[in-house]
Design a protein around this ligand. Structure first.
Ligand SMILES: C[S@@+](CC[C@H](N)C(=O)[O-])C[C@H]1O[C@@H](n2cnc3c(N)ncnc32)[C@H](O)[C@@H]1O
Length: 351
């Protein structure tokens, strides 16, 4: 999958093939505007206002507390971009908006779009990063409101791939105890517990994260089968032979290599014999270009917003081998392009 200019007629296709289309222009200004238009539509409740029925522009503006003429321009833009339909002076949601943007949809990215405001500000600091090489310390600098936005944004994305993770993660037969490190909202842990009825889970995250993640976990109705535990993965004592499955999803890109080696070593100790450690990450391409356009862009995002950036499957497998685990063949997730699962098994007979 990639983003870019898609010709709409043979003449445009020929111009593109001949290198006559000003691609950098098309790949910069329109995407900036589309991004902000979608962010604003989420923030001001434009999509929400259309969930139950199509409405005229004036009514949408009044419901959202926006200026009528400016709102009409936004609505027309969203029609042009395929998110709204226009019929008999009313604007309505297209199937794409209903599935991916309507706040109540099970696949809704509404909260993720609100989180884009935070990312917009971070990405605005790319030039500083390029000059200094110093990444942002996002976990140290977020306010309580930003933590809440972050947690909800993560949950919106986790929902997309949690079912596939629960289906494909190599959970050992008879597994009882799951640890989800950096698990925040607990959606991954809950999905695994639903799939494996004998499993219960501890979701460990920073105290600042849990303050805002607690209601998100409670809303999943897992009761005491999935519980939060405050802790710092870099220093936590995970104990010995306590867990059958340990999941670490989207966390190791925040840490440098020695920290990850140490973390994987302590997690290996915390696994029971026959237990499984699974790292779920947006995987770094092995060579420039291997991950394609989106892989490259995400690599830049992680380099900017975390201590280390993304890791390759091979690097994750090396940490596991050094910790005495047996890495399994890595899996690419179909429902989360760019993301993959590197799992490893602890040797020994299960009790
Ligand atoms: C990118 S989010 C991923 C959340 C969740 N695992 C998911 O995949 O949706 C990273 C999570 O790691 C947590 N985190 C960051 N540093 C941590 C640390 N030192 N110890 C424990 N959790 C940490 C953050 O609070 C955040 O909830």
């Amino acid at each position: 999958m990639k983003i870019g200019l898609i010709p709409e007629n043979p003449l445009e296709a020929a111009a593109l093939a001949l290198g006559r289309v000003p691609v950098p222009l098309g790949e910069t200004l329109p995407p900036l505007l589309l991004t902000r238009a979608l962010m604003a539509a989420a923030r001001f409740g434009v999509i929400e206002a259309l969930v139950d029925a199509p409405r005229p522009a004036g009514e949408i503006a009044a419901r959202c507390g926006l200026h009528p003429a400016a709102t009409r321009t936004l609505l027309d833009t969203l029609v042009g971009c395929g998110y709204l339909a226009f019929d008999e002076e009313r604007y309505g949601l297209t199937p794409r908006a209903r599935t991916w943007l309507a706040p109540g949809s099970p696949l809704s990215l509404h909260d993720s779009l609100l989180y884009r405001y935070q990312e917009w500000e971070w990405i605005g600091r790319l030039d500083d990063y390029l000059q200094t090489g110093a990444p942002l310390a996002i976990h140290r600098e977020m306010t309580a409101d930003q933590w809440a936005l972050y947690q909800r944004g993560m949950l919106a994305v986790a929902r997309l791939a949690a079912a596939e993770l629960a289906r494909r993660a190599p959970v050992p037969r008879g597994a009882r105890d799951l640890l989800d490190v950096g698990g925040a909202h607990g959606f991954h842990a809950a999905a695994l517990c639903r799939r494996h009825p004998a499993l219960r889970a501890v979701v460990l995250d920073l105290p600042e994260a849990l303050a805002t993640a607690a209601p998100l976990l409670a809303a999943q109705g897992m009761g005491d089968r999935v519980v939060h535990q405050a802790g710092d993965a870099r220093t936590a004592d995970f104990g010995r032979e306590r867990y059958d499955v340990i999941l670490v999803a989207q966390l190791v890109h925040h840490f440098d290599e020695p920290t990850n080696q140490d973390l994987v070593g302590r997690l290996a100790e915390a696994l029971r014999p026959g237990g499984v450690l699974a790292l779920l990450e947006l995987v770094r391409p092995r060579t420039p270009g291997e991950g394609g356009q989106i892989g490259g862009l995400l690599d830049l995002y992680f380099a900017l917003t975390s201590a280390s950036g993304a890791w390759t499957f091979e690097q994750m497998a090396d940490w596991m081998r050094a910790a005495g685990l047996r890495p399994r063949k890595p899996l690419r997730l179909r429902t989360a392009p760019g993301a993959g699962l590197q799992a490893a098994v602890k040797s020994g007979r299960r009790g």
